[in-house]
Design a protein. Structure first.
Length: 660
């Protein structure tokens, strides 16, 4: 508003502000519209109307109102800031950046303009620019708690967790009842292994805002990480009731259900189908024609994943992409999160295009993928973190496949295939998939050996006179049923010890709770050690002290099983009914260790006793196991890549567009 405005305008503006501050938004909207008619050349009123419409969730109306204010006065700086923020809400990040740039030109020392620009850059995945601009906003206005909060999130995404915690605590010092900052602090503390702190922070956020689905969802994740699965499921159910359209919560619940040993495969399948139906309802446009046609001998295969980084998916993918024939398969990457690391940089050269989906909603991402002319779109996530399964419901590619990162039906009608091996899904078990099963002949996984100069040692039990078992799985996999079976093994082998290591055990409270569960099951305190997370090299060195691994069930190890074999350490696994419960069996079968697969709890205990009381045989296996692994299908990347290529061409040729 200009300084020489006549008093009636000043009075009207004050009246409008008062209604807004009292949250009387409907009355404020009526007054603003009336004042716009009385003062058609005064930009203050359409700008104020935009702010009111934003409160009333009329996002498109707010955008129009800010534009109207700027048509009256193109130098109205506050309206440019507001227009930028509403563009972010509408996912128009390029427009947002234009607005904030104009706002900064008009007022270079405006903390709001620098903050808005940082926010847009963060959403576009430009973390370096976002960090710089948040810092500039805070230099101009050190008490801008939203900037401290967002900077804390940025550091969280880039795994600078100490910096993240510091920023979020600054935000909370300025505004202790800031539910978003409390929630973000909970996530950061969880990632740092401080689960008690994370839970408390989450519960504080919940107390302030019990109707926010995100608070319940995040508490669910924290409780699941601590192995408190029933409580986690209860949180997810509440979150789903509060926000039935948030499919990411449904994914979290589905994923968590797989940890429970009494999971009924039919119930799990039906739950996945509910997810698929919800995703189909949300897909306002489903493609039924595509520009993808094979010109020449190459198939264009796109990978959608949030795990093209140091992550099990990245480890299993690396050696495969290196050996795919670029004359037959052209790879395109569609990463779903902005985080990158050295593994990302090693993967990147094998892809002809790298299109991050982080800043795109599902409709835009689907259009992008379709326009790329992808023949086969491969989901590497399933219902794990950072998945974009709802995008697949729009059918952006003619053939869609689930592989690598998940182990059950996605539940989506639009997902055509699941890639697996005959051990994972024997012919009689296909009924729990809405997708068609496409078999890779020997293994669905190909292991990339670690690039570490570390060789297996002699069997530790030969020199220290006792057996050392270990398990490096997440705490959520260590259910009471698993502990009961381990206790039976250790009772039968009284000179054995157990080493458990996982990130959650960094938290003393969590470790004490697990210790109490082990003792309650009959494993004495002096027979187990609990360790928190360590770096990958140190973790691999710990296999020098271990005789063999005891696997979890129904959710067995994958990466840890493979890494242990590479270090000469076998895993005793209990195979169940589902593809997930047979993951350990698939790996051991491919590595030539089928005698380490137990098909019943009784067989698991008996095999542990047999292996644990025949040390010469165990020592002999240890000495030859790395070579056996490296020569097995599990590490034969060139052969695996050929099998994968054949599978891609088989699936494409079955599609109507594949007949050429």
């Amino acid at each position: 508003m200009t300084s020489n405005s006549p008093p009636p305008i000043a009075t009207a503006a004050a009246q409008l502000r008062e209604l807004h501050e009292q949250s009387r938004f409907e009355e404020a909207e009526q007054l603003a519209r009336a004042l716009m008619q009385q003062y058609p050349r005064e930009p203050f009123f359409p700008n104020a109307l935009g702010n009111i419409q934003k409160q009333l969730q009329d996002i498109d109306g707010a955008a129009e109102s800010y534009d109207a204010a700027l048509q009256i006065d193109p130098d109205f700086q506050a309206a440019w800031v507001n227009a930028g923020h509403i563009a972010i809400v509408r996912l128009q990040y390029a427009r947002a950046l234009e607005c904030f740039e104009k706002a900064r030109e008009l007022q270079p020392d405006s903390p709001d303009a620098w903050f808005g620009q940082a926010r847009a850059q963060q959403l576009c995945g430009d973390t370096a620019a976002a960090e710089r601009d948040y810092r500039k906003a805070l230099e101009l206005k050190p008490d801008l708690e939203l900037a401290w909060n967002n900077l804390g999130c940025l550091y969280q995404d880039t795994l600078q967790l100490q910096e993240s915690e510091d920023c979020l605590r600054r935000a909370l010092a300025l505004k202790p009842d800031h539910p978003e900052a409390l929630l973000n602090l909970a996530v950061t503390l969880g990632r740092r292994g401080n689960y008690l702190g994370a839970e408390l922070s989450c519960r504080e956020a919940l107390a302030l805002n019990p109707d926010n689905y995100s608070n319940h969802n995040n508490l669910g994740k924290i409780l699941a990480d601590c192995g408190r699965l029933e409580e986690a499921l209860s949180c997810y159910l509440t979150a789903m009731q509060l926000a039935p359209d948030k499919l990411s919560v449904h994914s979290n619940m589905l994923f968590t259900l797989h940890y429970l040993s009494d999971g009924n495969p039919e119930e799990l399948y039906q739950e996945a189908r509910h997810f698929g139906a919800a995703a189909a309802r949300q897909a306002d446009h489903v493609y039924d024609s595509w520009p993808a046609a094979v010109n020449g001998p190459r198939l264009r295969v796109g990978f959608v994943s949030g795990d093209l980084i140091n992550h099990p998916v990245g480890y299993f993918l690396e050696s495969v992409v290196r050996h795919l024939d670029p004359e037959r398969i052209e790879l395109l990457a569609f990463p779903t999160r902005s985080r990158t690391d050295e593994l990302t940089e090693r993967l990147r050269p094998y892809f002809s295009a790298w299109h991050p989906l982080t800043a795109l909603e599902d409709a835009e991402a689907a259009t992008l993928i379709r326009d790329c002319g992808v023949h086969i779109l491969v989901d590497l996530s399933g219902h794990t973190g950072h998945n974009r399964l709802p995008l697949f419901a729009r059918k952006p590619a003619p053939v869609q496949v689930s592989w690598l990162g998940y182990f059950a039906s996605t539940g989506l009608d639009a997902m055509d295939y699941v890639l697996t091996d005959p051990t994972g899904v024997p012919p009689g078990k296909q009924r729990y998939f809405c997708e068609r099963i496409e078999y890779l002949p020997k293994t669905r996984l190909c292991f990339t050996p670690p690039d570490v100069d570390l060789v297996p040692n002699a069997l530790p039990a030969l020199s220290n006179g006792r057996l050392t078992f270990a398990c490096f799985q997440k705490l959520s996999k260590i259910t009471d049923a698993v502990i009961a079976l381990w206790a039976a093994v250790m009772t039968a082998l009284p000179h054995s010890r157990l080493l458990l290591q996982t990130q959650a055990l960094n938290d003393r409270t969590v470790a004490d709770a697990l210790g109490a569960r082990l003792q309650k099951a009959g494993i004495a305190r002096d027979r187990f050690r609990l360790l928190g997370v360590v770096g990958r090299n140190t973790y691999l060195q710990q296999y020098h002290a271990i005789d063999f691994l005891l696997d979890t069930f129904p959710y067995p190890g994958g990466t840890t099983t493979s890494e242990a074999l590479w270090m000469g350490v076998p895993t005793l696994t209990l195979a169940g009914d589902s593809m997930l419960a047979r993951q350990g069996a698939s790996l051991l079968e491919a590595a030539g260790l089928s005698d380490w697969i137990a098909w019943s709890p009784e067989a698991y205990v008996k095999k542990a006793i047999d292996f644990g009381t025949n040390l010469p045989a165990l020592a002999g296996l240890r000495s030859r196991l790395r070579n056996q692994l490296l020569e097995s299908p599990l590490c034969d990347a060139p052969h695996f890549a050929r099998d994968l290529e054949k599978a891609f061409f088989r699936m494409w040729e079955r599609h109507p567009q594949g007949h050429h």
